[in-house]
Ligand binder design. Structure first.
Ligand code: ZN
Length: 191
């Protein structure tokens, strides 16, 4: 999906953009692309990620292709409004690891006139909606669903298959634990 044209961007108000999809679909890459373009336009950008994401780098958001952008690690979405006070554009990666309070935080940031861009998984490894992203989709002005390529058949893939049984979501070494699957090839775990 192409970026919102500046001509059509809302004026004198903020808004919410959500970039959602399965793992390996390029969500973080797309988030970084949008934030970098805002930085080039000399807009004040603040980027956040939850502490759970220890992948590769502590003070950056990092895509699987090793694209990176400086970010602030927060324990809760509730820390974001005061840290993003002066930002025109607020980027949030791994949104699925924040609780439901992320929805209210994004709404208040957008109502305060900021452009808010959130990337996150919309389904868990069971193929079920992964809150708070579905709630966020309902209140977002712009939604992008990124697709990966199915590791089994090569179809467009929107599901994350876990190759090892059970356990919490892990992001370190994700390529060994998860793979993208299409609807046809995805088999939900029995647990
Ligand atoms: Zn497939």
């Amino acid at each position: 999906m192409e970026e919102i044209s500046l001509h059509y961007a809302p004026r004198e108000t903020g808004w919410i953009e959500v970039i959602c999809g399965c793992m390996f679909s390029g969500k973080t890459e797309e988030l970084i692309r949008r934030l970098r373009r805002a930085e080039i336009a000399r807009q004040n950008v603040a980027t956040f990620k939850p502490r759970i994401d220890k992948r590769y780098s502590d003070d950056h958001i990092v895509s699987h292709s090793d694209d990176r952008l400086r970010s602030v690690v927060v324990d809760s979405a509730l820390e974001i409004p005061s840290l993003a006070k002066d930002a025109q554009v607020v980027g949030i990666d791994e949104g699925q690891f924040f609780g439901m309070e992320l929805v209210e935080v994004c709404e208040s940031l957008a109502s305060a006139g900021k452009r808010v861009i959130v990337a996150g998984l919309d389904q868990d490894y069971k193929g079920k909606p992964f809150e708070p992203i579905p709630q966020l989709l309902a209140v977002a002005e712009y939604i992008t669903k990124t697709l990966a390529i199915c590791m089994v058949c090569g179809n467009p893939a929107d599901r994350t298959h876990r190759k090892t049984p059970q356990g919490e979501w892990v992001l370190v070494g994700a390529k060994d634990i998860y793979e993208a699957r299409c609807r046809k090839c995805f088999v939900p775990p029995s647990d």
